[in-house]
Write a protein that binds this ligand. Structure first.
Ligand SMILES: *Cc1c(COP(=O)(O)O)cnc(C)c1O
Length: 230
């Protein structure tokens, strides 16, 4: 566990983030419980993750599968979210430890997860920033994805995930977030209710309020909570 001073810094930052989430929900006319805070612990120690959990943050995110494995074993009471790229040879080990994989970014990965034969929930990552180096599906993939989702027996596709390009001004992220919502709506029209795509995972420290205004149900917030804590 963290020392008392660092714990109180973390508690104060968490209160600020919570207040900003609540205010964004009010602006968007959405209930507070329609948005889940996923605290991203990748920059920081297990102690910080444990303290977040102790402060009541049940959803924790890691971007590297190996780090998630270690932390999920150490803190099994948390719901662990994988938010970074997953290699197919790490699927088997990752699935039992993960509440939700946000970062399914290719058909090959989706097929590999399905082939594990166990029920699990995933999000499809779309490249909404237009940056070539980013992973993810693109708009042209939507028709084929509708067909693919229909065939899944084990994997439940619960929604989409996306990242806006890094920018100073959070408003710059708004068009990308709106685009992700539209992609979700397009996919949804091809599917039946049992496979409903309820989640939009979008918004990070820089732009989570704008993301909530655009319909985010999961915000992935790291640095503004944990910066400088070890
Ligand atoms: C690191 C990371 C975050 C958190 O970013 P911050 O800007 O530190 O809040 C969110 N999503 C993904 C996919 C990440 O890799």
């Amino acid at each position: 566990m963290l020392g008392a001073t660092e714990r109180s810094v973390l508690a104060d930052r968490l209160a600020v983030v919570e207040a900003r989430i609540a205010a964004a929900c009010v602006r968007a006319g959405r209930p507070r419980d329609s948005v889940t805070l996923v605290a991203v612990t990748k920059y920081t120690s297990l102690d910080v993750a444990a303290t977040l959990l102790d402060l009541g943050v049940l959803d924790l995110g890691e971007s590297r599968p190996q780090a998630l494995w270690e932390r999920a074993v150490a803190l099994p009471a948390a719901r662990w979210h994988l938010i970074g790229h997953l290699q197919r040879n790490k699927v088997e080990r990752t699935l039992p430890l993960t509440q939700l994989i946000h970062s399914v970014d290719s058909r090959r990965l989706l097929d590999a997860i399905e082939a594990e034969g166990r029920p699990c929930s995933v999000l499809l990552e779309f490249n909404i920033s237009g940056e070539a180096q980013k992973h993810g599906f693109v708009s042209d993939d939507v028709p084929a994805l509708v067909g693919a989702i229909h065939e899944l027996k084990n994997v439940r596709v619960r929604g989409l995930m996306g990242m806006a390009a890094i920018a100073e001004d959070p408003e710059a992220s708004r068009p990308a977030f709106a685009a992700l919502r539209h992609l979700r709506d397009r996919l949804h029209t091809g599917l039946d209710d049992a496979q409903s795509l309820v989640h939009l995972s979008m918004g990070m420290s820089q732009d989570f309020e704008v993301a909530i205004e655009e319909g985010a149900t999961l915000v992935r917030v790291g640095s503004t909570l944990v910066e400088g804590l070890v």
